[in-house]
Write a protein that binds this ligand. Sequence first.
Ligand SMILES: Cc1cc2nc3c(=O)[nH]c(=O)nc-3n(C[C@H](O)[C@H](O)[C@H](O)COP(=O)(O)OP(=O)(O)OC[C@H]3O[C@@H](n4cnc5c(N)ncnc54)[C@H](O)[C@@H]3O)c2cc1C
Ligand code: SF4
Length: 600
Amino acid sequence: MPFVTPKSQQRAYDVIVVGSGAGGGQTAYTLCMDGAKVLMLEAGRRYTPETETAMFQTPDMAPLGDVGTPQKPFGFYDATVDGGWQVPGEPYVRATEEYGGRFEWWRARMLGGRTNHWGRISLRNGPYDFKPRSRDGLGFDWPIGYEDLAPYYDKVELLVGVYGSNEGLENTPNSSPGCLLPPPAPLVSDYLVKQRAGRLGIPVIPGHRAVLTRAQDHEGAPARLHRGNARAQKILAESMRGRAPCLWATPCGRGCSIRANYQSTTVHLPPALATGKLDITTGAMVYEVTLGRDGRANGVSFVDKTTGTHEHATARVVVLAASACESVRILLNSRSAQFPDGLANSSGKLGRYLMDTVGSSVSGQVPLLESLPPLNEDGADGDALYVPWWLYRKQRAGKLPFARGYHIEFGGGRRMPGFGTLAGLEWLTGGSYGVKFKEDARRYYGSFVGFDGRGEMIPNENSYCEIDPGVKDRWGIPVLRFHWKWSEHETRQAAHMQRTFGDIIEAMGGRANPAVETDGAKAIAPGGSIIHEVGGAIMGADPGTSVTNRWQQTWDVKNLFLTDGAPFASNADKNPTLTIMALAWRAADHILERMRRQEL
Ligand SMILES: Cc1cc2nc3c(=O)[nH]c(=O)nc-3n(C[C@H](O)[C@H](O)[C@H](O)COP(=O)(O)OP(=O)(O)OC[C@H]3O[C@@H](n4cnc5c(N)ncnc54)[C@H](O)[C@@H]3O)c2cc1C
Ligand code: SF4
């Protein structure tokens, strides 16, 4: 009986995992495949991608033509069923509404969390990314290095299925042989970016995304991932056989009913459930980690959203993976005489060093791409190619006005048109109507390219969250208040992105619109808006200055672990989710080992 209510839960579990997204899904998968009995508590509702995904609906079939609304910011068919920039009844507070100090928080309340919707861009951190302070004296080093995580990156790539290539570039690690799937064919616009950016000395290489370009190796991969565990191998082989390769025609943000991309609900949870070791309670809003007299965590308290009752579940080990800020919130709200400032907060660092990704965008129109013959070129739904950070040498020589780098994601081509696809052509046509407008639409459709910079933010003392003294959510649980400030490293990086994107568009013979922004403070996207928020429970080597150790185990409570992005000590330009999963697998292996030795 894998989906259980609070009343039908068992009396005690080996491990409670809070949250079912990338971190929670990976943690539960690893624990259950090795025989641990796990209870997953998820605040959102049950969600079944196989039957609920609107893969093939066209925009005209949706209310308002599928345009974004406050309830569905990414369109009616987007996979996020309960959540978004605002979650009804679950407010949060911003210390300021000023542009530079704003923090925006995207939350999903559903089984699988944000993995049902995410962009699937899956880049490894490189060796430099774990030791940034040693390189430039800013921010913090991680207590682990790339070599600690490399085997887990391999495992996650093999399990979830990631396409890409090994290019041997600086701080852009290769995967072990056989881990990556072949990359998909680029679009015409991608080839043009590659050619023209190449002339500027900017490398363009295959992207890495968690999408199956071909069927998984269901004979070899399970044996590689679960050596000596025949049952786990059999379950995983079965799961891999049930996943189809991508058909390159439908928007991944709606989810994938054929299980061709990674979602926790299609990749982690089915095999974990098949072990018979996983119980899941949905609609369970966790608000406190409870402690026994021995100072160890003995379980969690939660609100059963169906009945409104307060419940408690018990386990030997508690793992929080409710997303970085939400896990911090649970800990800050877990106050006791022993921990008056929140659980696992003896360092005073809980909530501190919140980070997002530096984001800035430019798009433009390219005459070379006008009036191309019609052809079926939906292609990969993002990142067939990308630009890794390429200016390491220049930066080392002190020739850049900021620390740390960014990568570039870009897109073009002719995707399924929706409302607004060809709105705003006036800057090219001077305004046209009727037959002339139709001609213009055919001419310009597919001639636009967009560039998004994704850069590293250095953690600072002014970007943090804390419990707001007054505001509570609909269940009376105190909410977070966010403080945010960019440093000049980030705003100058955003200005550099703008110039680079303008240069590439110009090299393509095109024009940027709107024009490139030279003021980085205006060009940078608000904090949190790239939805790569991590930090808040920094890992470190010193209990006096960090919340967790190198195993994501809290220093203060030995059987309490965090396996979302909260323990990140820095936030490299690489999108964080692959690293969240690799760290979660590593932490879960550690928990299993310590449980076997009766140390937990
Ligand atoms: C539009 C978009 C695009 C993105 N693109 C990319 C990308 O291309 N690459 C990349 O690396 N990342 C991307 N991300 C970010 C990525 O989705 C997150 O990094 C990742 O999902 C984080 O995993 P998580 O497990 O920490 O959190 P989540 O996936 O958010 O899962 C957390 C889960 O915990 C549950 N929960 C929260 N609070 C509680 C509570 N109190 N009690 C019980 N359960 C709780 C939530 O309901 C949720 O299901 C994107 C995100 C969005 C929204
Ligand atoms: S493009 Fe491929 S991975 Fe994305 S939703 Fe469609 S079939 Fe699935």
